[in-house]
Design a protein around this ligand. Sequence first.
Ligand code: 5AD
Length: 352
Amino acid sequence: MGTDTDLKVLIDRLEQTRTLSREEWSILIRGRTPELAEYLFQKARVIRIRHYGRDIFIRGLIEFTNYCRNDCYYCGIRRSNGCAARYRLTEKDILACCESGYRLGFRTFVLQGGEDGWYTDDRMTDIISSIHSAWPDCAITLSIGERSFESYRRFALAGADRYLLRHETFDEAHYRKLHPPRMSAAHRKQCLWDLKRLGYQVGTGFMVGSPYQTPENLADDMLFLKELNPQMVGIGPFIPHHGTPFAGKPAGTLELTLFLLGLIRLMLPRVLLPSTTALGTIAPDGREQGILAGANVVMPNLSPPQVREKYLLYDNKICTGDEAAESLKSLNARMKSIGYRLTIARGDSLNI
Ligand code: 5AD
């Protein structure tokens, strides 16, 4: 095994059976070449066009708090980063974001934040039900980390439809290299299963090229995605942040991120696959390349402009260019230039 022809056979088999063994995943990831990647992307585009056409779904991302009780070694808003200027949006601020987002054409609002205890279950359910009653035709996605089954249940009852919680890495030992001892891969996975059981459309994912990550770790991540069978998968390159323990670690690559996007599209043909902000940060046309590798979602920033530069998970995070919600026109132009178009729709997953 290992020549391009052998690896093409693996890609063909992945396309047909939608699965590979742990060893095959590692061989494919380790042995990838630009030629193989092109072979993969072509298939990934055919599959995404078969299920989702050339439409790109948009999600309005509202980063409503950058306070966080966690201390993840990679993240710029970790609790020990004393240099982060902290902020919280009020319910009124959040509703104003939705209001302008709705007018721009967004039909999904993603409430994303650090794990901030100020937003108790009562406060969160108030916010969720206000959005739900004001814009009943919109989907509400939460991305606020690990909470109890009971909290997740209350949020769903209040009107939350979807939940994003990246598993970050499947492997417990690797997970412990990225997080302090009080966090565990097992608890994170438990949260994902809880969310599924409650009927959420679930999104998970991981960083590509995170410190100490091996092709075997990525193989385990692929197998976990297969087992969880989520409605969405968010992946993006790790990008160092100067105020974290991983400041000096190398960033993940565009090339490996694109390759994994293509593999995920072949493994889970109907999954929603965002071309993430991190991808747009490491290369000026990163998000277009993500679409051409099989992605079908973009998540422009709807947060109030004055807080955007404070939600810095990593260095140089883009926040005022075409990824800003106000710039949908130019984002659409970029998508048109590669043969795709933004669409106004809730964009529910076909992976049910
Ligand atoms: N580089 C890239 N992605 C990051 N995230 C957090 N910090 C970084 C970083 N330095 C990702 C994590 C998290 C999501 C909200 O952002 O995967 O789940």
